[in-house]
Design a protein around this ligand. Sequence first.
Ligand code: BG6
Length: 558
Amino acid sequence: MTAPRQPKPPSRGARATSPGRAPAAPPPARTARELREATVAARRRARPETDTNPLRQGLRLERVPDPCAFVLFGATGDLAHRKVVPALYQLWRTNLLPAEFSLVAVARRPYTDKTFAAEVKASVEKYSRVQPIDEEAWAELAKRITYQQLDFGDDDGFDRLGDRLDELDTERGTAGNRLFYLATQPSQVTEIVRQMGRVGLDHELRGSGWRRVVVEKPFGRDFESARHLNHEVQKVFRESQVYRIDHYLGKETVRNLLVFRFGNGIFEPVWNRSFVDHVQITVAESLGVEGRGAFYEETGASRDILQNHLLQLMALVAMEPPTSFSADALRDQKLQVLRAITTPDYESVRGNIVRGQYGGGWVQGEPVPGYREEPEVDPESETETYVAGKFTIDDWRWSGVPFYLRAGKRLPKRATEISIQFKEVPLRLFRDSTGDPAPNVLAMRIQPDEGIMLRFAAKVPGLGLDVRTVNMDFAYETSFVVDSPDAYETLILDALLGDASLFTRADEVEAAWAVVTPIINAWAEMPPPHFPDYAAGSWGPEEGDALIEREGRRWRRI
Ligand code: BG6
């Protein structure tokens, strides 16, 4: 969790050297500082909700990172175009990047600085969350884009990259600070990191500036490969320089989970086995594999979502309060949870973990093909597009409390939700009244319709005793009247600021693989599954429902 950010001291403010982003026709007598202050004031006025909405009062200003070069490997790829560059543009537009900033795009294909900037602009226009894009701000950012053609196996190319970065320190004032963002194929990570080590791009010599590397998921494909990858990365970078992305950790609602748990006094006392009956976590997607058939064939729902997003959410729900919000204090507590999850053996995989694969069907009124009909997918594929499981945590707080986790593609809707299902009251005093109340539920909607709902019993007005379950709802959209940043904006800014709390540490990644690898191995030994076993647009295979229903519980309708 990012600690509250302090306002940046004026001397490190960025805009004085960004003339293109100052107001178009400033009164002549103003100094650069006055101009900057006037711009900030004008922006505040343009966002009246900041002043009028009481929930936004007291929110702090963001910090601006140090001058730096952002070296984007895989700059011509899908992730760079859809997520990384639009997030950088958004940070730039909102004055959260320093003026002394340089985006060094690195990939194999030939481009010039200009042709790359033009191509990436089209993507920003398409994927930016704020439309239309601000041409003036983009033009300023585009001036800071430079393209470096590079084959990852090419030693000379990496030498040239090192030289170019040194030049930028002089030309652009990037001060030796470098963030290397690996938005490449996972198989290329080891080679790129090795090359960076060879050229010394990782070195943080005294006064030379900071060096950090961001690695995208998937981080390995099982316990052994993740451990090997950690080893290779740590041969070059110190762990404190490594930022492993799980983008769920950057989502506003996920960050709020910690505020909700540890910023309020009333929930912690009931957050345990004495009061909680069970926990459900669902990551449902209506989309299929969206042209990523080849990638997904190698991954499946267990590697794609369970090992990272689902287990991270589970860790945040179940962790003990950290003693501070420092990156390590937080990650130590998550690690304890991941290590305390009962390792599934063959029999428990058979009994407690369900996999499924979608066939053709209808999603939101449209006919869609089955997984095996998707491009680049084996027509006999046994890859799971759905996984559901019951997990337990062997510790004092959660012993005996089941955590039901599920994720699937081509489900009826996109919805990620965590629900804490509380125990029944000890004596059901109202069982004879009309409408016996159901147990309390606290549901945290991660996306969409971000918010938190508490379900409790209430008396229906009237002379009789009619009891109903009602919902008390908090919705981000109406309470804060402000758009949430995209997870990538949050994570990139944190990496530039050197705050690793929303990134996964090597031991965490390995602990999560230690839970998922036995599942994958057990499946490999089992007879082939009868796929497809759920229709696109349904809530997954029947076994997924049976998993929870045979224990007298039901998946919450979301
Ligand atoms: C990614 C997975 O990590 O998360 C994708 O690789 C999935 O398969 C995506 O679609 C879901 O992310 P979000 O933010 O849309 O819930």
